[in-house]
Design a protein around this ligand. Structure first.
Ligand SMILES: NC(=O)c1ccc[n+]([C@@H]2O[C@H](COP(=O)([O-])OP(=O)(O)OC[C@H]3O[C@@H](n4cnc5c(N)ncnc54)[C@H](OP(=O)(O)O)[C@@H]3O)[C@@H](O)[C@H]2O)c1
Length: 251
């Protein structure tokens, strides 16, 4: 079965009321836009990222808009260990007692590079942030997600994760691996009622990541990350119940 985000999807008010959602890369770009929107639709959001100032700004915006009080969890996914992630999952359980959504937005991309040119450090960091950290975080949070009545895990990917292209280096390889991870893991998790795991390609957006690879004037013409948020709200909320193991894209 293949699935799509319904065209023109409009989330109902209170779509995520009472839910706790952890978002990586929440300080900028799509992660920031998703955190603000999820809070607007009722979720308590845990803002994970590496730059505390950016996370604090998102925290303040949510509070100023009257959303449920968010939480900040600073973490540099490039240097994180299993123990750090175990501690994160324990903290979420202790502080919130539940987890209903996990959205992997954080990404490491330094620009276009040939496979033979990517610095060994960047290769390792690309696989660590874009693949291994997302896997580890999901694995450690899984027991909590499995206790929720209706839980959703979303890996934000990229068109090059589905149709590999030259010069994407470790970023492209990691995104391609994530698509495979979603397919295999979703089959294993199929036995858990109410838990789904999907990938989501947000399409081209005007963000810092995009600006590292493309011509500035072209990037300026792109829609901002808000354009891709409805798809993530759809995947986080009950309207996507039953959609599992799918590679979805912005509608
Ligand atoms: N923009 C596009 O055109 C496009 C297209 C297809 C897919 N995507 C995907 O969309 C997602 C969001 O990207 P974006 O365009 O919104 O990028 P962005 O604006 O650059 O945001 C990326 C976020 O990831 C965080 N991050 C990077 N390295 C990290 C690390 N080591 N530890 C913790 N956080 C880290 C950044 O934190 P700092 O702010 O502290 O650096 C930032 O908050 C990514 O998964 C990307 O692959 C984007």
């Amino acid at each position: 079965m293949s699935a799509a985000i319904p065209a023109g999807y409009t989330p109902a008010a209170g779509l995520l009321q009472g839910r706790v959602v952890l978002i990586t890369g929440a300080g900028a770009g799509l992660g920031r836009a998703t955190a603000l929107a999820a809070a607007r639709f009722g979720a308590t959001v845990i803002l994970l990222g590496r730059t505390v100032k950016k996370l604090e700004a998102v925290f303040d915006e949510i509070e100023a808009a009257g959303g449920p009080q968010p939480a900040i969890y600073p973490m540099n996914l490039a240097g994180t260990t299993w123990a750090d992630i175990f501690e994160l999952a324990e903290t979420v359980e202790r502080e919130f007692g539940r987890l209903d959504g996990l959205v992997h937005c954080a990404a490491h991309f330094k620009g276009f590079t040939a496979m033979t040119e990517e610095a060994p450090k960047d290769w390792l960091e690309g696989l660590q942030v874009n693949l291994t950290a997302a896997y580890s975080l999901t694995r450690q949070c899984l027991p909590l997600l499995q206790q929720a009545r209706d839980a959703s895990i979303v890996f934000v990917t990229d068109a090059v994760g589905r149709e590999p292209k030259a010069l994407r280096g470790s970023y492209g390889v990691a995104k391609y691996a994530l698509e495979g991870l979603v397919k295999g893991w979703s089959q294993e998790l199929g036995a858990t009622p109410g838990l789904r795991i999907n990938s989501y390609d947000p399409g081209a957006m005007r963000t810092e990541l995009r600006a590292r690879g493309f011509v500035a004037e072209e990037v300026q013409k792109l829609p901002g990350p808000d354009a891709a948020v409805a798809g993530l709200l759809y995947l986080l909320g009950p309207d996507s119940a039953g959609i599992n193991g799918q590679a979805l894209s912005r509608s």
